[in-house]
Write a protein that binds this ligand. Structure first.
Ligand SMILES: NC(=O)c1ccc[n+]([C@@H]2O[C@H](COP(=O)([O-])OP(=O)(O)OC[C@H]3O[C@@H](n4cnc5c(N)ncnc54)[C@H](OP(=O)(O)O)[C@@H]3O)[C@@H](O)[C@H]2O)c1
Length: 340
């Protein structure tokens, strides 16, 4: 048995091409004391990975050439020398793009999965990191109040779809922005947002204004750029802008020169309350959030969709696609069946 893993091979300039990745096979080391071997079933592909490929300081250190590509996976424990984890336990762990993972049982980003809260794949999406990002970003930074209007872009995606639905659960009116009519119909008809505007149709400013007759109280920032510029004239006095990310800039050749949401917001006559947040800020409350999200999923008030590709060798192409909206819902890579 060998571990297949994807290494970071070259820093990209713009969109990461195939030369930025190198697939290799490696031996799986014998376990030392208090370790587990995880057979990976699912790998999550997320926008933040593009940032790690730049040699730029961020809230986490950049990848070095030759590192395993960063990422979170979910799977099953197949060997254990740990008292905390038994063979057959389900886990999520942040150890990169690989098919088998050896890690210590006190690894910081290792979590036991309770399948009552959702499937193995859902623990990388709606009840996992993106769902928790939506939950904490909205409730803690957005400070939502019933009756308010919230706008979120990338609205059919992993974070955005959860943000709008949680806002609805809390009694807000949720307006989405997404790329293309199919995604917008899904956001409106399946997820139940008040409206969803197709930013690619060329009429974003007017359509958004019509969809938000009472202005915007919370703009949950996922995207940046032209979308942000279209939303800001509608912000009400006292509006909040949780800055979750700005994916429209992630493939810029030099992200340090990007016009970020901070630049756009700080030029306004009335600067709204805004701050960048990272989901780790609430690491000690992950279980609470996952249970709440799982409960909403079971009740039918939180729906989700997954975009599934197969095989580590296809992960670079799926990753490039996700950064430009080819995904429809949470982008995952299926690595193996649990029982194969
Ligand atoms: N701060 C945190 O802790 C944290 C944690 C997780 C995620 N995030 C951030 O949350 C955001 C969403 O992430 P996600 O995982 O949920 O990804 P996602 O929404 O599932 O996928 C990315 C989406 O971005 C949209 N997009 C790409 N380029 C765009 C552009 N130029 N203009 C408008 N939309 C564009 C595409 O949707 P369309 O087809 O609709 O354009 C694409 O599907 C990202 O900014 C990410 O960095 C932050």
């Amino acid at each position: 048995m060998k571990n297949t893993r994807m290494l970071f091979a070259k820093r990209p300039l713009g969109e990461p091409d195939d030369e930025c990745f190198r697939l290799e096979e490696a031996d799986i080391p014998e376990l030392e004391d208090n370790q587990i071997l995880v057979k990976v079933c699912w790998l999550s592909l997320d926008p933040y990975m593009r940032g790690r490929m730049n040699d730029v300081k961020s809230y986490v250190a950049p990848l070095e050439i030759g590192d395993v590509m960063t990422g979170e996976s979910s799977g099953v424990v197949v060997k254990s020398t740990s008292e905390k984890f038994a063979v057959g336990d389900h886990v999520a762990v942040h150890k990169g793009w690989q098919s088998y993972i050896v890690c210590n049982d006190d690894e910081e980003r290792l979590m036991k999965i309770n399948l009552d809260n959702g499937s193995l794949s859902a623990h990388l999406g709606v009840v996992g990191m993106p769902g928790r990002t939506a939950f904490f970003g909205l409730t803690e930074v957005g400070k939502p109040k019933a009756g308010e209007t919230l706008v979120v872009a990338a609205a059919s995606g992993a974070v955005g779809s959860a943000v709008g639905q949680i806002a609805k659960i809390l009694g807000l009116r949720a307006i989405g922005i997404a790329g293309g009519p199919e995604k917008c119909t899904y956001v409106k008809d399946e997820l139940g947002f008040g409206d969803c505007i197709d930013y690619k149709a060329g009429n974003l400013v007017e359509e958004l204004k019509a969809a938000c007759p009472d202005g915007v109280d919370i703009y949950f920032e996922n995207v940046g750029g032209e979308v942000t510029k279209a939303v800001v004239p509608l912000l009400n006095s006292g509006a909040r802008v949780p800055i979750c990310g700005y994916v429209s800039n992630y493939n810029d050749e030099d992200i340090t020169k990007a016009e970020t949401p901070f630049h756009i917001l700080e030029q306004l006559d009335e600067v709204p309350e805004h701050r960048f947040f990272v989901v780790f800020e609430w690491q000690d409350r992950y279980e609470e959030a996952t249970e709440q999200l799982g409960k909403w999923v079971k009740e039918g008030s939180l729906k989700y969709r997954e975009s599934i590709g197969e095989g580590l060798e296809n992960a670079p192409e799926l990753f490039r696609g996700m950064l430009k909206g080819k995904n429809f819902g949470k982008q995952l890579v299926k690595i193996a069946d649990e029982n194969s």
